[in-house]
Each structure stands twice: as structure tokens, then as C-alpha cells.
Design a protein around this ligand. Structure first.
Ligand code: GUN
Ligand code: ZN
Length: 441
């Protein structure tokens, strides 16, 4: 059995900081000890309390660093890694001009593997240990991603993108063929090691009713598989969807009509939704992926996070980069933009709320809170070591790295979240093993 012991300052959550006070929701151990055996957490607590038991053991000491659970990216496109930061368009034109031609390249499995490997390493460089990932219409693009994620022992949720209309010929699949391919992939990958499968219609516009019927059939055949798609991101998209599905009372209702809305559904964006749709998402227990950098970059709009997190009809929300619509793999940069999106609505977002959205909140959105998202004993030991003084400016802003209490941490960690990026990530651990170390820091 391999045992590892990590010492440092630890931050995680025991409750939702949107609904409880910081002192009731945040767990901060200024000097803590995390004990890992065979990739799982076997003990966690104050150094003072636990030290005696482990007095003779070797301890990895990150004394002036902040350790959080591994970050979770609730929605990201791996084939779009290379076309991040494409100029000048909003969603539908951006898809036509940049995205679809790039995704066509993933027909070639060797090419797809090169990008999949780059993508996963980029996640790890940014402290992201779990991601919900879109691929392309090509089964080989899914296979190589799962293979590479398995090699890295990462928790990954992915699926073949379903597209049958309103896209160039080179990116159209036959609905029945896609159904058979998806079915085969579910049987091969869902639940293998740390991998899970998501049925992934791209969005309503690129699916025929037949394809959505088959997606619903798959979901009924494999109820614990996820459904992952886009919903109500952009005004033009919503209008076109209404023309394509005149029978549906709104965009969400398209997915409802095909039995694709459940507590295992993840909907990216959800900007252009009314109160009724928010309530129905809450009732279904479905999750929203909030994609701040993408929503700003593509000019899609301001997500109503305060409404989604309301206590009247709360919705599970997780933070997502949405690369290549999003402009960074860093969940710290994503948190920073999330804060600005709330400021533009006259609201705020605390650093604890932001970290919750990328850790325990996202784990709950995935119904994986028994496995990841916090340092609770029994969970998988994915975590990230953050350096609050990673750059000269951060060091000037935070001259003392260590926080003695929650109030101090709130201030220092907020500055880190606003100024931080991948340079802030000192090390990333996956299932207890060092998966990335920043050699500059
Ligand atoms: N809606 C449908 N496809 C996409 C995509 O690739 N990116 C984003 N941001 N929205 C989409
Ligand atoms: Zn997306």
C-alpha cells in the first residue's frame, strides 16, 4: 500500500457558501495534514491533532501554499484547443468560420491524439483534475481522449458529439450510425477506471428530432449516463431553435420533449432563459455550466448566477472554461471573469463562492460529491497546490502568504483569484500522485 502525507494550508467546503455563512460553509485549516492511501484520502485534519500518529512518516511540506481540491471544469471542448482566441465573431458565425473547420481535422486519430494529450496536460497545468469534455462527431476522437485520460488516471466525462443538420457536410453524421457508435462507446468506457460517458447532442440547432429521439432512447437504456449539451447561449441561436422546433414552448422544452432533462444533465450557458425554465431546471435537478470567459468573449450575455443560486428554486451550478469559446484553461481566470460578470449586474461573488463552483459545487452538479470535490475521508485524492505569491505583483499584493483565519484568507485568496493564472499552480495531484509540477515557481 502506498501512503502519502501532505502538509500545508487547506481550503475546502462542507456546505454551499451561496446559502450558508462563510464560517458554516468553508473549512480552512491554516496548518493541516492530508493522508492518502492508494489514491484515496484516509485522514484529514489539523497538523497538531494528527502529527503524533504520523511522526515517523515522511511528510511532503507545502507550508506557505494553499491546497484546494482538484479543480473541476464542467464544460470544455478539447478539439477547440488550437483555435482558442479566434477573432471577431459571435456564436453562430464563429462556429461556421473557425470551429467546424477545426473539428474536421479530428477525423485523423493521430492528430486527435496529439491534441487530446496536449489538452489533458494543459488541464493539469491549470490544476484541473476533472473535466466534462466535448469531442467531435468522429468516434476515433472520443477513443483517443478516453485512452489518454485513462493513462493519466484522470476523472473525465466525455462523449461523441451528435450532429445531423445545419453544419457543413464534413461534420454531419447519420443519426442511426451515431446512435450505434455512442451505444458502443458507453459500453466500453462508462465506469471504466475513472471515466464516465455523456450523451452529447451539440445543441438543438444541429440535431434533427430523430437524433434527439435516439439520444433519449440511449438515456433510457443507460440511465446513469450523463446528457451534456448547450442551452440558450445566444439570442440568434434561441431564435433559430424556435423556428426549428415550433412545437416546443421554449428552448429547454426541446430537450424536455426528448426526455433529456434529468439530474444527470449538464447544460452549458443558460443565459437566455426565463423564470419558468430556471424553475424547471431546478425541479429536474439538472446542472448549469457557467462559462464566464466564453460568455464575454463571444458577447453572449451575462449569466444570472444569483437567480440560479436562489433559495426559491436553486439549480446546481459549476464553473466552466468552454475553451475555445472561452479564453483560458485557468479556472482562476474563469473565476476572475465570473466576478466581473456579477459586478456588471450590480452583484458580487466571493472567493469562497467562486472556489465552491469549481470544486464541491461542480462535484454536486455531477452527482459525484461522494468521490471528488473536497477533502472528506474516503474521497479520491485530487488536489492542487496554489502559490499566493506566484508573480512579483502577487507577492507585492500578498506580502505574507499565510492566512491565520478565514477573514485574512478571504482577502488574500480573492487577490489570488483576480491576479492568478496557471503560474499560480505549484503542483497538481491526481489520485494521490503528482501529475504536474511548476518548475518555474
Ligand atoms: N453551441 C454549439 N456549439 C458550441 C460550441 O462549440 N461552443 C459554444 N460556446 N457554444 C456552442
Ligand atoms: Zn461549449
Amino acid at each position: 500500500m502506498s501512503t502519502q502525507i501532505i502538509r500545508g494550508s487547506f481550503l475546502d467546503f462542507v456546505e454551499d457558501p451561496f446559502h450558508k455563512s462563510d464560517s458554516d460553509s468553508v473549512r480552512y485549516l491554516p496548518d493541516g495534514l492530508l493522508v492518502i492511501e492508494d489514491g484515496k484520502i484516509t485522514a484529514f485534519g489539523a497538523y497538531e491533532t494528527l502529527q503524533e500518529k504520523y511522526a515517523d512518516s515522511e511528510i511532503i511540506n507545502y507550508s506557505d501554499k494553499l491546497i484546494t481540491p482538484g479543480l473541476i471544469d464542467l464544460h470544455v471542448h478539447y478539439p477547440q484547443t488550437e483555435m482558442i482566441a479566434a477573432y471577431g465573431e459571435q456564436l453562430l458565425q464563429w462556429l461556421e468560420k473557425y470551429t467546424f473547420p477545426t473539428e474536421a481535422k479530428f477525423k485523423d486519430p493521430e492528430y486527435a491524439r496529439t491534441i487530446a494529450a496536449f489538452f489533458l496536460d494543459e488541464l493539469l497545468r491549470n490544476g484541473t483534475t476533472t473535466a466534462v469534455v466535448l469531442t467531435t462527431i468522429f468516434p476515433q476522437s472520443v477513443e483517443v481522449l478516453f485512452e489518454e485520460a485513462r493513462d493519466r488516471r484522470m476523472r473525465l466525462i466525455a462523449g461523441q458529439v451528435l450532429m445531423t443538420r445545419n453544419a457543413p457536410d464534413f461534420l454531419i453524421n447519420d443519426a442511426q450510425t451515431a446512435y450505434a457508435q455512442t451505444r458502443e462507446q458507453i459500453q466500453k468506457w462508462h465506469g471504466l477506471d475513472r471515466l464516465l460517458y455523456a450523451i452529447t447532442p451539440r445543441f438543438a440547432i444541429t440535431s434533427t428530432p430523430k437524433e434527439l429521439t435516439l439520444a433519449g432512447k440511449l438515456k433510457a437504456e443507460f440511465p446513469d449516463v450523463y446528457v451534456h449539451t448547450h442551452l440558450a447561449e445566444n439570442v440568434q441561436e434561441v431564435q433559430f431553435t424556435a423556428e426549428l422546433f415550433p412545437e416546443s414552448k421554449d428552448y429547454l422544452n426541446v430537450y424536455e420533449q426528448f426526455d433529456l432533462v434529468s439530474d444527470r444533465s449538464i447544460f452549458a450557458h443558460c443565459i437566455q432563459l426565463d423564470d419558468s425554465a430556471f424553475q424547471r431546471l431546478s425541479d429536474a435537478g439538472a446542472a448549469i455550466a457557467f462559462c464566464p470567459t466564453s460568455n464575454l468573449f463571444l458577447g453572449s450575455g451575462l449569466f444570472k448566477l444569483d437567480q440560479a443560486k436562489s433559495t426559491n428554486y436553486p439549480i446546481k451550478v459549476g464553473l466552466a472554461t468552454d475553451v475555445g469559446g472561452g479564453t483560458s484553461f485557468s479556472q482562476l481566470k474563469t473565476m476572475s471573469d465570473a466576478y466581473k460578470i456579477m459586478q456588471l449586474q450590480g452583484k458580487s461573488l466571493s472567493v469562497f463562492q467562486a472556489f465552491y463552483l469549481a470544486t464541491l459545487g461542480a462535484a454536486k452538479a455531477l452527482s459525484l460529491e461522494d468521490k471528488i470535490g473536497s477533502f472528506e475521508v474516503g474521497k479520491e485524492a485530487d488536489f492542487v497546490v496554489l502559490d499566493l505569491q506566484a508573480t512579483p505583483l502577487m507577492k507585492l499584493r500578498n506580502p505574507h502568504a499565510k492566512s491565520e483565519n478565514l477573514a485574512e484568507l478571504a482577502e488574500k485568496a480573492f487577490a489570488m483569484m483576480i491576479l492568478g493564472d496557471e503560474r499560480t499552480v505549484q503542483a497538481t495531484y491526481v489520485a494521490g500522485k503528482l501529475a504536474y509540477e511548476n518548475s518555474i515557481g
